[in-house]
Ligand binder design. Structure first.
Ligand code: ADP
Length: 456
């Protein structure tokens, strides 16, 4: 087992990894930017090291800074968390070269699945259901027109290097295609440094359903059921739950077997997520594989009772999975709300000093956060300040529990998305489980900011 793990991240996920290490008896190294000197992940790690200025490109995204920090502190492994360098095949390769274990899949697997066009091809070969689309990147406007004609409008143009919901263009009619194709390429180039795009059929009102898997280096792969992440804004998830009310036990078993086979086909190891869209008839279509721990992993931990981060660490250290598929059971219902530092009406980010911070616990409540009273949310990073996760005997109890926690939460000094979450949880369609990725269109941003008093 590892003696010391460097946590190449910040915020709640850095803390989450430190908790797992502490429970496993592994020492931790926190890295931090100048904006995060007083953060909890720095306080709770056994060692800490500043890796640069606030700008992510100069700190949390700097491979040389992170590798140097690992070498200086003698860390034998790096956990990248999510975001930042978590899906960097390059970091995984440099780790290998420096004899530091990267806690994630092999670099070649990260590279394959990180290219969405290549991932599509590999998954199609492995028997995963696919939306009709281009067979690889589309090179020209003419080629784009041909693909779109073949599969029929509407289509969606996506960046092969895409992520975080960026670089996507929906095209409803032929006359919009050429312009959308050029802008998508330009946007992809600017955002990811790679302009390649691919095309697939656009589904009008799908659900987002994803499967969590874990695989070890001894050929064992197990799925941990699905999460439904249909509540999204600008293709970014806001609320996630497990199980999905649209997935029966039979379908869970069937799709679980499909993803386990597909993971085996690409020799997938460590934790990963297979993302799908599901249409109104219950058909699944592959979207992508995320080769890292995800923000929403706690809902799966609640219903399975497993600790995915500990499992990641054990797998990276060469141990066998600590459970078999037949030992994975699903109990009750879990929901996660991502609390963002933002105005709940205009959705404009709201960083700054938090004066008062209290999120109540109680039965079946988990709060993953690095925020606390008198801490400052820097403007430089993602606006998520806390994840509230609840577990109930059923979905109804989970919703009631989440509402209770949100209503009793006190966050003063900045605005948060808590009032927005309450509006969603009170929506009759949400309560009835009538979800789709378009659900949030009913909550459009309003220009005028809400007053602090109303939203704290
Ligand atoms: P990213 O990696 O940027 O998150 P994804 O491929 O995971 O991109 O897609 C993110 C979201 O975009 C999905 O959850 C869904 O809401 C929407 N989306 C992507 N592809 C399609 C499609 N073919 N049809 C309809 N919606 C789509």
């Amino acid at each position: 087992m590892f003696k010391k793990i460097l946590v190449a991240n910040r915020g709640e996920i850095a803390l989450r990894i430190i908790f797992a290490c502490r429970e496993l008896g592994i020492k931790t190294v926190a890295v931090y930017s100048e904006a995060d000197e007083n953060s909890l992940h720095v306080r709770f790690a056994d060692e800490d090291i500043c890796i640069g200025p606030a700008r992510s490109a100069d700190s949390y995204l700097s491979v040389p800074a992170i590798i140097s920090a690992a070498e200086i502190t003698g860390a034998d492994a790096i956990h990248p968390g999510y975001g930042f360098l978590s899906e960097s095949a390059y970091l995984a390769e440099v780790c290998e070269a420096c004899h530091i274990r990267f806690i994630g899949p092999d670099p070649s697997v990260i590279r394959l699945l990180g290219d969405k066009a290549k991932a599509r091809r590999a998954m199609k070969k492995a028997g995963v259901p696919m939306l009709p689309g281009s067979d690889g990147p589309v090179e020209s406007e003419e080629a784009a027109a041909k693909v779109a004609r073949d599969i029929g409008f509407p289509v969606i143009i996506k960046a092969v290097a895409g992520g975080g919901g960026r670089g996507m263009r929906i095209v409803k009619e032929p006359k919009e295609l050429a312009h959308a194709f050029r802008t998508a390429q330009r946007e992809a180039e600017a955002a990811f440094g790679v302009g390649d795009v691919y095309i697939e059929k656009y589904l009008e009102s799908p659900r987002h359903i994803e499967y969590q898997i874990v695989g070890d280096h001894h050929g064992n792969v197990v799925h941990l059921g699905e999460r439904e992440c249909s509540i999204q804004r600008r293709h970014q998830k806001l609320i996630e739950e497990s199980p999905s009310i649209a997935v029966s036990d039979k379908v869970r078993r069937k799709m679980g077997a499909v993803v386990v086979d597909a993971a085996r086909a690409v020799q997938y190891t460590n934790a990963g997520t297979f993302e799908f869209l599901m249409d109104a008839k219950g058909n699944f279509y592959f979207m992508e594989v995320n080769t890292r721990i995800q923000v929403e992993h706690p809902v799966t931990e609640f219903v399975t009772g497993l600790d995915i981060v500990k499992e990641q660490i054990r797998i990276a250290a060469g141990e066998r999975l600590s459970f078999k598929q037949s030992e994975v059971t699903f109990t009750g219902h879990a929901i996660e709300c991502r609390v963002n530092a933002e105005d709940p009406v205009t959705f404009v980010p709201s960083p700054g000093l938090i004066h008062a911070f209290s999120i109540p616990g109680g039965p079946g409540v988990r709060v993953d956060t690095a925020a606390h009273a008198e801490c400052t949310i820097p403007p430089n990073y993602d606006s998520m300040i806390a994840k509230i996760i609840v577990h109930g005997r059923d979905r109804q109890e989970a919703i009631a529990r989440m509402k209770r926690v949100l209503e009793m939460s006190v966050v003063e000094g900045i605005r948060t998305s808590i009032p927005l979450h309450l509006r969603i949880l009170n929506d009759p369609d949400f309560v009835a489980g009538r979800l789709s990725t378009h659900f949030m269109e009913r909550f459009q941003p309003v220009k005028k900011p809400s007053s602090l008093a109303e939203t704290a």
